[in-house]
Design a protein. Sequence first.
Length: 291
Amino acid sequence: MSYKRCLSALLIWSAMVAVATAAPPLKALIVDGQNNHNWKIVTPPLKKLLEETGLFTVDVATTPPRGGDMSGFKPNFAAYDVVVSNYTGDAWPEETNKALEAYVSGGGGLVIFHAASNAFPNWKEFNEMIGVGGWGGRNEKHGPYLYWKDGKIVRDMSPGRGGTHGPQHPFQLIVREPNHPITKGLPEKFMHSADELYSRLRGPAKNLTVLATAYADPAKRGTGNHEPILMTIRYGQGRVFHTALGHADVQLKSVACIVTYQRGTEWAATGKVTQEVPDDFPGPDEPSVRE
């Protein structure tokens, strides 16, 4: 083989190796450090599940513990395609709040994971970003209750506190927006393993789309309403995916939780979903769990 042909073959091989070993195209940041749930056992699977898609590299920003000096907590949100919040706890510095607002409103992606919806009840723009939340003193001053009834979303301004759930139990999700990139291709009804079924969430609920709901059975201390479980919110130019699933690491073995989290995070980062629905995704009767 001539020198030129050999060099050409080497360059082609090098290019193929570079493509094969290229870093995933998207960068994600998980924020944790405080939570009324055990964030230390939840963040590792949150990170692993994003990495296993092949789409993400993942960093973690951990705040000081409750009551600690928060003044130095200033993640560079702008360096990432999506921020995943596994945080509820002490207030952040105002500079950090403003940085998150600018990041999301300017086109960044945000994922609110389970109890992260409990955070920052008095931060107006955060409530706008998450759409609805619970606990932390939320009430009718924060916005309406949100639930699904008679084929549409109800915004109920009845007085009362926001946030409740009964005992953990398996429940069925019903897709309400089958053509959204996150839910496109999913079955109309699918089961999730035992988890807290968040109910009576309330907030501004602006620019919010309910993707899937679950019936909060009064026999399980539920409201008797179809409660929003998977949601998206537009905040400025940014995209927010809000999931109420995922109390602890065991819930992150449920395929319903895994797949909607992975797809929702990709959508928040890019506005589209390229992942296929896996063969083990559950149907309407039984949860599917990965060991």
